[in-house]
Design a protein around this ligand. Structure first.
Ligand code: NAD
Length: 452
């Protein structure tokens, strides 16, 4: 039972502000209760809206008369009833390119994350400036040397450089900015884009959880662990936006899972993973030191059950498993983006729903379970860019699915036809013939016209 302040001017601004804060929190709680997702709720609200219009027509007409001097019939036509004028028209959607678009990509998949949006932008008919990441300089310069020789270099350009060049590019007017990178820079991009009301797509990251149910068959367990291990340590050494960031598991299954992870890591990367050629390096020293800092935290160190060593000369970090690090530690607050995998034990696997809902919305959510109920509950009771059942990472390759985040993991979507749509404007076209018309759509207004 809550009410936004009815008249902000009559209350002091600090009272209004605390009332608004209280009401926003109440509404968020109400939303979380799940009631607005029920079909019955939605129907009842739409019916209520219809009743509101029926019951209050006279008040609406009076208000529109006083505010805008609108005649009763005009008000009825435009604000209360859907126009009959739409009859006898044809309707069509035409996709038009947005114009000149700017694409920022990140270093972890420097070719793929540059070309994938470029395909959509070119397919939709745009001119494109691509700014790859300076942290993958060989890939950036390869893009810069090849793209202009293969594509029309008057319409597609590659601009190399770091944040300074990024900033300079952002000072110009673009018809769309497609950004892949961190939330920190995403905010800068969005605020610069606001100057020209430029639409943006933000492909960001975050902490993607994997919920691993206590699987009973040993085959299922091994398959689940293999898919997690290759998706985490065998995919750019965990430097992927959709990498499994941490695992949630029932306490009774914890030791089995940890043992299986250790065995699987050594099967894939050998007894000494440092010698393996199947694990990517950490992109640079700064990132290696950031990762080292996460596990060197004295509160986190005792939770290391596997790995933990680094090789500075080769920018290598061993696959590292943590069990129950403190939830307030940096490793459980920031996106890890490297080969460190915390496992958090819960009493019941269903507790994962609350755990996930108390954190920012993830780009991907992974669940390894045969329970249809758990699958259904995670889909309907949590929010994330995608939900992936019994595998990790592979959703990226499904071109028939939209790829993108929600909440803090970004907004907008691409891949396949969604890329084409992201770089297009859907222009609505209507067409009427001159042959027929409705005499009652034209003034002077009379109540007789209203009856029709
Ligand atoms: P980043 O934000 O540091 O850089 C991204 C791009 O922005 C680069 O091209 C960089 O040069 C440019 N840039 C950096 N600072 C800038 C500034 N001040 N002004 C203008 N441009 C600037 O991100 P990153 O380190 O390249 O990538 C890591 C992040 O990207 C992670 O959070 C990861 O999850 C996310 N990511 C998301 C996806 C996805 O598809 N959703 C894919 C890969 C990476």
């Amino acid at each position: 039972d809550f009410q936004f302040p009815k008249d902000h001017e009559s209350s002091s601004s600090s009272t209004a502000s605390s009332l608004i804060q209280r009401d926003v929190e109440c509404m968020r709680d109400y939303y979380r209760s799940g009631i607005t997702k029920e079909a019955s709720w939605r129907k009842s609200q739409l019916k209520a809206l219809l009743s509101l219009l029926h019951d209050n027509q006279e008040h609406i007409f009076n208000a529109l008369k006083q505010d805008l001097g609108k005649h009763h019939v005009e008000a009825f036509r435009d604000e209360v009833k859907l126009p009959k004028i739409a009859l006898l028209s044809t309707a069509q959607v035409v996709h038009e390119p947005l114009g000149l678009v700017l694409i920022f990509s990140s270093w972890n998949f420097p070719i793929g994350l540059s070309l994938e949006p470029l395909i959509g932008a070119v397919a939709a008919g745009n001119a494109v400036v691509l700014k790859p990441s300076e942290l993958a300089p060989m890939s950036s310069s390869l893009l810069a040397s090849t793209i202009p020789t293969y594509l029309d270099d008057k319409a597609v350009k590659v601009v190399q450089g770091g944040s300074d060049i990024g900033q300079l590019l952002l000072q110009h007017r673009w018809d769309k900015i497609f950004f892949t990178g961190s939330a920190r820079v995403g905010k800068i991009v969005m605020s610069e884009a606001a100057k020209y009301l430029t639409p943006v797509t933000l492909e960001l990251g975050g902490k993607c959880p994997a919920i691993v149910d206590s699987l009973s068959s040993s085959w299922d367990r091994q398959e689940a662990v293999k898919r997690i291990v290759v998706g985490k340590f065998g995919t750019c050494a965990g430097q992927a936006c959709i990498s499994v960031d941490y695992i949630l598991v029932e306490r009774k299954f914890l030791s089995t899972l940890v043992e299986l992870m250790k065995v699987t890591i050594s099967k894939m990367f050998g007894e000494n993973p440092r010698k393996s050629n199947s694990i990517a390096k950490i992109v640079n020293e700064q990132h290696l030191m950031r990762l080292k800092g996460l596990i060197d935290d004295p509160l986190v160190k005792p939770s290391i059950v596997y790995g933990g060593s680094i090789d500075e000369d080769h920018l290598f970090m061993e696959p590292t498993i943590l069990v129950d690090p403190p939830l307030e530690a940096q490793v459980m607050a920031d996106e890890i983006f490297g080969p460190v995998l915390p496992i958090i034990a819960l009493e019941k696997i269903e507790d994962s729903i609350e755990f996930i809902n108390s954190r920012p919305k993830a780009l991907a959510l992974y669940v390894f379970t045969k329970s249809k109920t758990l699958q259904r509950r995670l889909i309907s009771e949590t929010s994330s860019g995608s939900v992936n059942i019994n595998d990790a990472i592979v959703q990226y390759a499904a071109d028939t699915l939209p790829f993108g985040g929600v909440g803090e993991s970004g907004f907008g979507k691409y891949h396949g036809k969604f890329s084409f749509e992201t770089f297009s404007h859907e222009k609505a076209i209507t067409k009427r013939s001159f042959l027929t018309d409705f005499w009652f759509r034209y003034p002077p207004w009379s109540y007789h016209k209203l009856q029709l």
